[in-house]
Design a protein around this ligand. Structure first.
Ligand code: ADP
Length: 302
């Protein structure tokens, strides 16, 4: 459905996307990466909005930059929350259908709203909708021409857990219908819950690809850094090394920063060990749970 071959995109001397190759099949695929990783730029190229500086892209077998028909078979849900707030949902989606010059845009809009579980007869202004409902209106607007490829830029951002679950279920429904649904996110947890194939992009490069379970495993394999504050850090450190619970450490009187390959085992053993050694434990804090460190790890592995 989508083939990306050695694609790079430069803006002056900024490398937004760097030598990315991948294929994307029908169903749901997540594009995971921190802000500035190149996700939107890749999406814009897939929609034919901007050409690659190098390499080739094929969507449904054609170049989206050259082939107008193919562009009509791609739906984009942009990140911006720019709706016409004074319109009702059906009015807003009707405008989208009319812009595609569709016959009977009102009927098309009602059908698209049905797909996203919104009532076309609801007269409420879109401006008064919740974030999750607005997001669904945007998806409905992108569905008016029944696209085979649906590209969604950060569609889960700002949704509460219930809205996120409903949205995720919708993506899978659209994927099960045979559509290629590409969803970007900078939130690891969001993607893990999406339960899909994952492409990880960092600093413009494809850092990892695989099933979301592979990604979890990969992350679990990496050393975790933990800061431990205790009344006698040196005594505790000696024992942690002897017991093989840590692979590296740095130490001052009260603070101990350790790397461990098994953060769960360390978590289970640390308090009983401290009691046994008569050491008072003040704090055990993970230092590298932020997403940036996960990406750094994935990128450095390459
Ligand atoms: P993401 O969507 O992952 O946050 P982007 O694709 O928006 O990342 O951006 C990737 C990089 O390209 C960033 O460094 C960004 O500043 C740069 N960039 C994106 N668009 C432009 C542009 N039109 N002009 C200059 N630099 C850009």
């Amino acid at each position: 459905m989508i083939e990306v071959h050695e694609v790079s995109k430069f803006f002056g001397n900024v490398v937004a996307v760097s030598d990315v190759s991948c294929t994307i099949e029908p169903g749901v695929t997540a594009l995971l990466g921190p802000n500035g990783a190149g996700k939107s730029t890749l999406f814009r190229m897939l929609c034919g909005l901007t050409p690659p500086s190098r390499g080739t892209l094929r969507v449904l077998g054609a170049d989206p930059r050259r082939d107008r028909d193919v562009r009509g078979r791609i739906g984009l849900v942009p990140q911006q929350d720019a709706l016409f707030d004074h319109l009702s949902a059906v009015e807003f989606v009707t405008v989208a259908a009319a812009s595609h010059a569709m016959a009977d845009p009102a009927a098309v809009a009602a059908r698209a709203l049905g797909v996203v579980d919104l009532d076309p007869n609801n007269p409420k202004r879109v401006g008064a909708y919740s974030k999750g409902m607005r997001q669904r209106v945007k998806v409905a607007a992108a569905l008016v021409n029944d696209p085979e490829v649906l590209i969604l830029d950060e569609p889960l951002t700002g949704l509460d857990p219930v809205q996120r679950r409903r949205m995720t279920a919708l993506f899978h429904r659209l994927g099960d219908d045979g559509r290629t649904v590409l969803v970007s996110s900078h939130v690891l947890d969001e993607v893990a819950r999406l339960g899909s194939r994952v492409l990880v992009i960092a600093q413009g490069r494809l850092a990892a690809t695989g099933d979301y379970r592979d990604l979890r495993e990969l992350m679990d394999d990496r050393p975790h850094r933990v800061r431990i504050t205790a009344s006698d850090a040196r005594r505790l450190a000696t024992r942690l090394v002897a017991d093989g619970l840590i692979v590296a450490l740095s130490l001052d009187e009260r603070h101990l920063v350790v790397d461990t390959l098994d953060v769960d085992a360390l978590g289970r053993r640390i308090a009983p060990l401290a009691i046994e050694l008569g050491v008072r434990l003040f704090e055990v804090a993970p230092l590298d749970e932020d997403l940036e460190s996960v990406f750094r790890y994935l990128v450095e592995r390459r």
